[in-house]
Design a binder for this molecule. Structure first.
Ligand code: ADP
Ligand code: MG
Length: 230
């Protein structure tokens, strides 16, 4: 049976689609077979050419059932399901299928209020600080908001995903032949964090900066560690 990660949450714009693709890409870079499942009817399907994972269009109920059935029948695959936002019924159903649920939220009180409700509602889910500021002062302020408003849930907060302009390259219909090493490192670090939570073994692969291009190479360094809040 494949392992399924669902990226959910009752709010648009938190980074669900971006995070789904980053995790799928990172898992692909770590040599895993991954399908990234689109359920959001507001989004277009993306071409699979050049990707390390398979994007699958499950905007119709039939296609979603098909991909879930297939994932239940195959071993050694991972499914990353991008929820649409604002659909509690759908999110409940997806959360029931999931081995891991991620709830991205941005640095705003409104996002934090929503993610607190979602954490309450989905007791096994993890919150993921998304589009997190990289500027030292802003980062400190954002971390302080999380500490003061989310302290009760501090054991269920993963490492922040920083603002990274190049993340939108993964949401292009066709991705560039070469992606920035910094993006690849971040995606690998995210995938490793997910694998660690799921108890999945993975081979440590070299950081891109140690490679002539993004394919292959001998084991060297791991992706840079991300700093936890708190
Ligand atoms: N880590 C990130 N760094 C920079 N921009 C981001 C990041 N994550 C998301 N974004 C941007 O934020 C916007 C909303 O992201 P998206 O993934 O579409 O959210 P959702 O699927 O929750 O609606 C998009 O413009 C996307 O490019
Ligand atoms: Mg989306």
């Amino acid at each position: 049976m494949a392992q399924i990660v669902c990226v959910l949450g009752n709010k648009g714009g938190t980074g669900k689609t971006t995070l789904s693709h980053m995790i799928a890409h990172g898992m692909g870079l770590l040599g895993k077979r991954v399908v990234c499942v689109l359920t959001d009817i507001e989004r277009e399907r993306l071409a699979k050419e050049g990707r390390r994972y398979l994007p699958f269009d499950a905007r119709s109920h039939d296609n979603l059932s098909r991909v879930v059935t297939t994932l239940n029948e195959v071993d050694d695959w991972f499914g990353v399901i991008d929820g649409g936002g604002n659909r509690s019924d759908m999110d409940s159903q997806l959360a029931n299928l999931a081995d891991m649920v991620l709830l991205p939220f941005r640095d705003s009180h409104e996002d934090i209020r929503t993610v607190l409700r979602d954490l309450e509602w989905l007791p096994a889910a993890w919150a993921v600080p998304s589009q997190w500021p990289t500027n030292a002062w802003a980062r400190k302020a954002a971390d302080a908001s999380v500490q003061s408003l989310m302290d009760r849930y501090r054991h269920r907060i993963l490492d922040p995903v920083p603002v990274m302009a190049s993340s939108k390259l993964l949401l292009q219909d066709r991705i560039p032949a070469r992606l920035p090493p910094q993006l690849n490192s971040m995606c690998r670090a995210l995938a490793m964090q997910v694998f660690e939570s799921l108890g999945v073994e993975f081979e440590s692969v070299p950081d891109d900066s140690a490679l002539p291009d993004e394919a292959g190479g001998s084991p060297a360094r791991k992706a840079p560690p991300m700093r936890r809040i708190g």
